[in-house]
Design a protein around this ligand. Structure first.
Ligand SMILES: *Cc1c(COP(=O)(O)O)cnc(C)c1O
Length: 408
């Protein structure tokens, strides 16, 4: 095989990413090894995706088994893995109907199109306003990026789809002022992920529920990042005790195999009748077989209790590092989606810390310029968690030492 490395990226790839120097070639559990054989503790989880770590034996077995049966059919027919997964999702959640696709953006695209179509058909074309929140992230298709609340992702892509209102997150009074009978949906991440790991307040979600009911708008939860056990509940709506009409799931759902799903009620689902929406790959048997094994494994009392336990350890570890090095403010987040905001003196340096982390053998993420984000496997072993924090502390030490040198 031809020799390739990080340098090759700049020669053959569209420059929309700027990947790290290290190129991973193998993963097992919460460890990853690069081309040079260097080991990294994975606290990033492929951006909250590999929620059972790398090469989990149950997922490998499910994929291998399905790989020898049937790979792809299209939706001209249905398949057993898709039907089984849908049945399990319906049994485990508020949902009565499921639509499968291949990513978080596609799941949200389906949800927004469903909300629009329901508005048109059941009430009339005036009912099309979508209320969304500043700093929200819902994907990178033109519709989802427009509903998202981060202008840097839409600049240069105009004209954008209209009828979308962006309001401050956790500000119920603002929603009360903006919502009307022309609103078809309110879409919210129960924990804003890309926007800096900011949990919604329970009263905020409960208030959105009431306002949506009053104005016959759909309440849509984007649980692409926080869903599938990461919150410590199977879905975060269960943690909050406020149920949406539509929920989108992806990332962790496939544990590393691409799949997305939109969950809803039978009543709402009727607004996407035959021919109104679709996807060639949606419900792909390989993806559904893996996701079935993920759901089977994650929807387990003991595993979910372990998430809360690891969450506490990780937050305590981050706070101890913050106390010793002064780089972090108190950690925030829910379950194993954790943000460590950079202290005022280190604002804008989260990416630099992440890069130093790679140097010290730990793989972290950022959520914007000011927040270090951790989204490890839900079953990360205690020893790896401990070692990951030790390496992160070494990276913090180097960041502080560099800062001191620069100031001298
Ligand atoms: C990652 C993410 C998406 C987009 O998912 P893709 O699979 O990248 O399309 C949407 N919403 C949230 C909350 C996300 O974190």
């Amino acid at each position: 095989m031809e020799q390739v490395g990080r340098k090759t990226f700049d020669e053959v790839m569209v420059p929309s990413y700027n990947p790290a120097e290290m190129v991973p070639v193998r993963g097992l559990g919460s460890k990853v090894w690069d081309q040079q054989g260097r080991e990294y503790i994975d606290l990033a989880g492929g951006i909250a995706v590999t929620l059972l770590g790398h090469c989990h034996p149950r997922l490998v077995a499910a994929l291998d088994d399905q790989a020898h049966r049937l790979w792809h059919t299209s939706n001209v027919v249905t398949t057993e893995p898709a039907l089984r997964l849908a049945r399990q999702l319906v049994a485990a959640t508020f949902a009565e109907r499921v639509f499968f696709c291949n990513s978080g953006a596609e799941a949200n695209e389906a949800a927004f199109k469903l909300a629009r179509r329901r508005g048109h058909v059941a009430f009339g074309p005036h009912k099309h306003q979508i209320i969304a929140f500043k700093d929200a992230f819902h994907g990178r298709t033109l519709f989802t990026v427009s509903v998202g609340g981060q202008p840097k992702y839409t600049q240069g892509f105009e004209p954008l789809p209209g009828g979308i209102t962006h309001l401050p997150f956790n500000d119920l009074a603002a929603v009360e002022r903006a919502i009307s009978d022309d609103s078809c949906a309110v879409v919210v991440e129960p924990v804003q992920g890309e926007g800096g790991i900011v949990p919604a307040e329970r009263e905020f979600l409960a208030g959105l529920r009431t306002l949506c009911d009053r104005h016959k708008a759909l309440l849509i939860y984007d649980e692409v990042q926080i869903g599938m056990g990461r919150s410590g509940s199977l879905y975060a709506y269960m943690h909050y005790g406020v149920t949406p009409d539509v929920l989108t799931s992806a990332k962790g759902l496939g544990g590393g195999f691409p799949i997305g799903a939109m969950l809803t009620t039978a009543e709402v689902a009727q607004y996407l009748p035959f021919g109104t929406h679709g996807s060639t790959y949606g419900g792909n048997p390989l993806a559904c077989a893996v996701a079935e094994a993920v759901l089977d494994t994650v929807n387990d009392r003991e595993l979910l209790a372990g998430v809360a336990d690891r969450s506490r350890r990780l937050k305590e570890g981050l706070e101890a590092i913050g106390r010793r090095h002064g780089v972090f403010e108190p950690a925030r987040g829910l379950g194993l989606l954790i943000g460590a905001p950079m202290a005022p003196a280190w604002k804008g340096r989260a990416k630099d810390l992440m890069t130093l982390g790679f140097k010290h053998g730990v793989w972290c993420l950022v959520a914007g310029p000011d927040v270090l984000r951790l989204a490890p496997s839900l079953i990360i072993p205690e020893a790896d968690l401990h070692e990951g924090l030790r390496r992160l502390e070494a990276a913090c030490g180097e960041l502080v030492a560099e800062g001191a040198r620069a100031a001298a």
